[in-house]
Design a protein around this ligand. Structure first.
Ligand SMILES: *Cc1c(COP(=O)(O)O)cnc(C)c1O
Length: 355
């Protein structure tokens, strides 16, 4: 057999345009997002590096481990960082954010939209409304929220937001995006400390202004990952973002119904603020202490180990079957019959009980 040696086909301008369009549509924004040549965490660190400077005060909301990390990166850039921190089985009340803004008079506010680790989701719309009232720059980590809940970037006035595809969007983890408003770009461009000629530089990756097309594909975008992201976002477009979000809502509601039927309690205290990506289960019995994941049931991360179990019903696992398997696993750990819990799950999905 004769093999043709064509070599690797680099990402074309048309593929790059497609990716930019799909990301803009996903986020309902008219401003082309920056495509980040790496995992979402790179975009988050790059945001912190680009906006942090001595003399700037940030209000950083901490409702889980990613928020703490973001605060440390802001401090590394010389900014003054004040925190609003809540126990990890709660989310931040919007009034607490408002009170802290009045007290500390920050220039910017940062928070994580949804926390897969704690199973909580912050009241993003209310928090952003408060921030706009005070004319603050708003910075969000929505890596695990996008695809699981609403994120209309322009309508909500988000200035910088990091997203990734490896959670609700069932996409690759090797390329991600940061969406930046014109105000967000000004905030970064006016920062003399913002990195240049660096893997952390968002300024180096700034897309051309609206209306002007890029003349070349940024050479650092990993082509295979970019193609995988195009494929994942095309699937999302076909299913419809609203339907994807609904699927995550049903997965969460059915997981909660399932654990309650087993006599277990969610780790998160307020049912209005459960994340749609993970359901966290308060560990009440020795039997629930697992060291290794079993399917989509996983032990708590870091300091939450031994306190909670996570059911990771996101992406392709935001479906009835995956939730049923997870609840069956929990029933087995508890030496219980799963039948009534499975019935509770099917009720939420609207499927016949005896199916
Ligand atoms: C998953 C996640 C990230 C990204 O972490 P990776 O190491 O890129 O997977 C960042 N923030 C939040 C809130 C996440 O859930």
């Amino acid at each position: 057999m004769i093999r043709e040696h064509k070599g690797f086909v680099p990402l074309s301008l048309s593929e790059f345009d497609t990716l930019t369009r799909l990301l803009s549509e996903l986020l309902s924004t008219g401003h082309p997002p920056v495509i980040i040549p790496g995992e979402a965490i790179l975009g988050i660190e790059a945001m912190a590096a680009g906006i942090s400077a001595p003399g700037r005060t940030f209000l950083n909301v901490v409702t889980g481990p990613y928020g703490s990390l973001f605060g440390k990166w802001l401090e590394r850039g010389g900014a003054t960082v004040v925190e609003v921190k809540v126990p990890f089985d709660e989310v931040v009340p919007a009034e607490e954010v408002a009170a802290a803004v009045e007290r500390f008079n920050p220039v910017a506010l940062s928070f994580v939209q949804a926390e897969v680790v704690t199973g909580g989701s912050n009241p993003a719309k209310e928090i952003l409304k408060i921030a706009r009232g005070f004319n603050l720059i708003t910075v969000m980590d929505s890596v695990s929220a996008v695809g699981g809940e609403a994120l209309p970037v322009d309508e909500w006035g988000v200035d910088l937001v990091a997203v990734g595809a490896q959670k609700a969007l069932a996409g690759p983890n090797g390329v991600s995006a940061v969406s930046i408003s014109p105000r967000g770009w000004e905030f970064m461009e006016s920062n003399v400390n913002a990195p240049r000629n660096s893997i952390l530089s968002l300024l180096d990756l700034k897309p051309p202004q609206q209306g002007t097309r890029p003349v070349r594909v940024p050479p650092n975008i990993p082509a295979l990952e970019a193609r995988a992201l195009i494929a994942a976002l095309t699937d999302i477009e076909e299913e419809g973002l609203e339907q994807v979000i609904k699927r995550h809502e049903s997965a969460a509601a059915s997981a909660v119904a399932g654990i309650k039927a087993l006599g277990l309690e969610p780790w998160q205290k307020n049912s209005k603020h459960y994340s749609t990506l993970t359901t966290t289960v308060r560990i009440s019995e020795q039997n629930l202490r697992i060291d290794q994941p079993v399917g989509i049931v996983a032990p708590g991360d870091g300091e939450l180990f031994g306190h909670l179990l996570r059911i990771n019903h996101f992406g392709a696992n935001a479906c009835r079957q995956s939730v049923e398997e997870a609840i069956t696993t929990l029933a087995q750990l508890l030496n219980q019959d799963a039948a009534h819990a499975l019935k509770a799950i099917r009720l939420v999905w609207g499927a016949p009980h005896d199916q």
